[in-house]
Design a protein around this ligand. Structure first.
Ligand code: ARG
Ligand code: ZN
Length: 463
């Protein structure tokens, strides 16, 4: 499910038509290799070109003691150009076989690129199914200077799975870039006594045979690969429904035993509150997972935000749940627009504080704005998140400040209508900063370029 790259695909098709010339009055196109990247110049090898994934079915077996993962990924996709071969992203692990539409394919690997050569070329616009059998001990991405440890992270009792920005490739082959969203089914088998938590809702009760238990989960709404999880371990669960009627599942590692009830309750309350501010909750359930791996961050995994090794306070829960609208339902087409996720989720923290009678958004804004001109957030324009420093504080705080400056400029009525309209018009879609600016201008009737330019794009403190 992708709506970027269409033009590139059309252009490629047109060029190959021109190159081959018409034959029998029909435009003929030669099958070509799909690109090894989806076209995000900041992350040139992330994702892939030439196809659009609709669905991943991930059948996984995991044994915490040996860290052995056995996987079978069935990927339903449509070719967006005639393909002689295409790539999947996969880091480490051993591939034992690939089948495309049931026929054995050949494949090669180079770095994190897995190139699949189907027995027959794939035609443009035609759906195909690729099945990949693989296994091994997953290696998370370890980036000591910037992103920390992310991806599929083995823990003593299972695995902590949080993949932003590009760690999905550490546990399943796919199109690992947010521009290609898809639905997911998970079937995860683990030793009896261990729980496997994935996105969406559980299908049926877990089934145990021969000392192993299988959990089935399904996320029917479009999801980016980095929001997929298969978090495994000993967990205490609490199920329920929010006052607003949304199924709510909280899970905590036994180390956080005493925090389960409160975590469940607060996650439910915040989900309901955001539904009044941002519009109807986009997914089938809410909740969250507190694991004991000290990641140093939380991640807004779709329907199940994950908190890495700490009891979350209501501010961070408000942040991760705001991402269900901004980041998950609406996701970015390219990483440089990350402020559309983090600036919005940060501003949501301020709104939550105001709602609870703490500091108002205006007070929080003023405190940031008072930072001296030499503060690093003024040198980093949040509207162009940098690949080497993607989650810079500016993308969060100055991104949030951008929304507050906008609120001041257009007034509360227009501003809150804008948040709801943005979430509704692009529900389950992919967005860019230009689209947000255009909508803000349309709803306010104001020319807002100077405001957005100063807040998002200039390397200096706005007046
Ligand atoms: N999106 C997360 C948040 O809500 C941050 C993820 C950081 N990822 C990482 N690999 N450090 O703040
Ligand atoms: Zn965030």
């Amino acid at each position: 499910m992708r709506d970027t790259g269409r033009r590139a695909a059309l252009l490629a098709a047109l060029m190959s038509v021109l190159a081959c010339g018409p034959s029998n009055g029909e435009a003929r196109t030669e099958a070509q290799a799909g690109a090894p990247g989806i076209g995000d110049t900041d992350f040139p090898t992330d994702g892939n070109g030439g196809y659009d994934v609709a669905h991943y079915a991930l059948k996984l077996g995991y044994t915490p003691a040996s860290k052995q993962l056995d996987g079978e990924a069935t990927i339903r996709a449509t070719a967006t150009m005639p393909l002689s071969r295409f790539n999947l992203d996969l880091k480490g692990l051993t591939v034992s076989g690939i089948w495309v539409d049931g026929a054995a394919a050949t494949f090669t690997r180079a770095g994190d690129e897995l190139t699949v050569v189907p027995a027959r070329p794939l035609s443009r616009g035609v759906p195909f199914t690729a099945r990949v059998a693989y296994s091994g001990v997953p290696e998370p991405v370890r980036d000591s200077t910037n992103l920390g440890t992310y991806g599929f992270v083995p823990t003593p009792d299972g695995a902590f799975v949080a993949c932003e920005p590009n760690g999905a490739k550490t546990w399943f082959p796919g199109n690992d870039h947010p521009a290609d969203k898809a639905a997911f089914d998970f079937e995860i088998t683990v030793p009896e006594g261990v729980t496997a938590l994935a996105n969406g809702e559980m299908r049926g009760e877990p089934r145990t045979t021969g000392g192993r238990t299988t959990f089935r989960w399904r996320e029917t709404h479009p999801m980016t690969t980095y929001l997929a999880t298969a978090t495994i371990g000993k967990f205490r669960l609490k199920k329920g429904t929010t006052a607003g009627g949304i199924p709510n599942l909280a899970a905590v590692d036994p180390k956080f035993d005493g925090t389960l009830d409160k975590f469940h309750k607060v996650s439910g309350e915040i989900t309901d509150y955001w539904s009044t501010v941002f519009g109807r909750y986009p997914f089938g359930s809410t909740g969250g997972v507190v694991d004991d791996f000290s990641a140093g961050y939380a991640l807004e995994n779709q329907t199940k935000p994950i908190y890495g090794g700490f009891e979350p306070d209501d501010g961070i829960i408000a942040h991760e749940l705001a991402h269900q609208w901004f980041g998950n339902s609406l996701s970015i087409k390219r990483w440089k627009d990350l402020w559309l996720n983090e600036g919005f989720a940060t501003y949501a923290e301020w709104l939550w504080s105001e709602h609870k009678g703490g500091r108002t958004a205006d007070q929080i804004f003023a405190a940031y704005h008072a930072r001296p001109a030499t503060d690093p957030i003024w040198a980093y324009p949040p509207g162009r998140a940098r690949p080497a420093d993607l989650f810079n504080e500016s993308v969060y705080s100055r991104g949030g400040m951008t929304l507050h400056a906008l609120r001041e400029a257009v007034g509360d009525r227009t501003f809150f209508t804008l948040l709801k309209t943005w979430a509704a018009e692009h529900r389950y879609g992919s967005v860019t900063t230009e689209q947000f600016v255009a909508l803000a201008e349309r709803l306010s009737g104001k020319q807002l370029d100077p405001l957005f330019d100063a807040w998002l794009f200039q390397p200096r403190r706005p007046a």
